[in-house]
Design a protein around this ligand. Structure first.
Ligand SMILES: [Ca+2]
Ligand SMILES: [Ca+2]
Ligand SMILES: [Ca+2]
Length: 427
């Protein structure tokens, strides 16, 4: 009998030794280096939401999401929604951001709305005390043009010109043109339009999207990154021209082949449709560009660093991951507070246009180990995201990322959700 017991023990030891390590799977680490707390804010029906924003509201922090209407929630599990803008006029799917337009420390929502074949309107919405519905204000209307109609990205833009501050938003129109709109002295008037660039004049043959702002040139101004280009902010962006530079050739990429997708999808070039964020990823004091192939399966995550010996040339790219699904969510933040910026990437449920769906979308962390080396972790599985954003929650300065999942409106069997995750150090 003792031989039998000893044999069993040896067998168990051998089986354990043959198993793969429990903290490694498919090349990435399973055990997160930070505490992750998922939050299902709302489980909605078959409704399409293109954007979710974080807003300082009159009654505290809120998430607002825009689709055929605009809904808002407090930041908590299973929150009840408020319909702040009802449906019926057009779709509010074309970019959105929060901005304090009137300087009262309450954020307004800037959002695009399709205008029934007449182009796209840019609007701002103001919360009104003791009213459920928001007040609508008109910024501009952009006529239908060539390329994909509407706005894809809207971001706040701020700059000091001599002694005065100018404030407004930057928008990407038809995935080719960059404009910024300046808040006028009388905030009830339409905003002043400033053309930044038509990227097709700089070699953009196909769509460009994704928008991030940061001081790339190192002169204290907010430069812009859109798609595979960056635009250098002039001393006076109300009058001076912007200099546009190409940093990447990702837009030359051909589309992954799937037999079930329509031919026009296979013929579309998706490589310039990126999700973007900025940060000094290699610690040399200069801002780098982090990009994903936002709309396609078999997508890349890359870090672009400007070549100091040849700053006008293409930037040097370090590919840190491949073969992930439609990563239309990208946030750069130092999750583990080690003074190295990390990268959070989220996959969609039904990304791109007609690509096969993703049964198990993931939220990834690429932990920055320095020298452009990153360790990959899966932080969560099962919730797709689109246009994920970062917010810092008070009172504990907790890192919070959130998004709606943009299901595609032609998939009638799909439902969407609004979700978030908080990250904190493991005690
Ligand atoms: Ca305000
Ligand atoms: Ca750098
Ligand atoms: Ca870090």
């Amino acid at each position: 009998m003792s031989f039998y017991v000893a044999g069993m023990i040896l067998l168990i030891i051998w089986i354990k030794a043959c198993r793969p390590s429990t903290d490694k799977k498919n090349g990435f680490d399973l055990k997160s280096p930070v505490k992750v707390e998922p939050m299902l804010i709302s489980q909605l029906g078959p409704e399409h939401f293109g954007n979710a924003i974080f807003r300082r509201g009159m009654k505290g922090s809120r998430i607002a999401a825009s689709g055929s209407r605009i809904l808002e929630w407090p930041i908590q599990e299973s929150a009840s929604n408020t319909e702040v803008v009802p449906p019926g006029i057009g779709n509010y799917e074309n970019g959105a951001c929060a901005l304090d337009v009137n300087g009262d420390s309450i954020d307004e929502m800037i959002v695009g709305r399709s205008a029934n074949g007449q182009g796209t309107e840019l609007l701002w919405y103001e919360e009104v005390s003791d009213q459920i519905r928001w007040k609508e204000h008109f910024i501009t209307r952009i006529a239908k043009g060539r390329g994909e109609e509407g706005f894809h990205d809207i971001m706040p833009f701020e700059m000091k010109i001599q002694d005065r501050m100018v404030l407004g938003v930057v928008i990407v129109v038809n995935r080719k043109n960059l404009y910024w709109y300046q808040i006028p002295a009388d905030i009830n008037q339409p905003w002043e339009q400033h053309m930044i660039a038509d990227l097709s004049e700089y070699g953009a043959e196909c769509a460009q999207s994704g928008l991030a702002l940061g001081d790339i040139a190192g002169n204290g101004r907010q430069d812009l990154v859109c798609g595979n280009f960056w635009a250098e902010c002039p001393a006076d962006p109300t009058s001076d021209p912007w200099q546009v530079h190409r940093y990447s050739m990702w837009d030359r990429r051909t589309t992954p082949v799937f037999p079930e997708i329509p031919a026009w999808v296979g013929d579309t070039r998706f490589g310039g449709m990126n999700q973007l964020d900025l940060g000094d990823m290699d610690g040399d004091g200069k801002i780098d560009i982090v990009a994903t192939d936002a709309e396609i399966p078999d997508a890349r995550v890359g870090v672009f660093c400007r070549d100091t010996a040849d700053p006008g040339n293409l930037w040097n790219v370090t590919i840190i991951d491949t073969a992930i699904y439609c990563p239309h969510s990208l946030v750069v933040v130092d999750v583990n507070k080690d003074n190295r910026l990390d990268i959070i990437v989220g996959e969609m449920t039904a990304g791109g246009w007609w690509f096969p769906r993703n049964a198990n979308p993931k939220l990834y962390l690429y932990l920055n180990d320095g020298h452009l080396k990153f360790r990959k972790f899966v932080l969560h599985e099962g919730w797709g995201t689109h246009m994920m954003r970062l917010a810092i929650l008070q009172p504990d300065d907790k890192i919070f990322v959130f998004a709606a999942d943009e299901i595609q409106s032609w998939y009638e069997d799909m439902t969407t959700h609004v979700v978030g995750w908080t990250f904190s150090l493991i005690q």
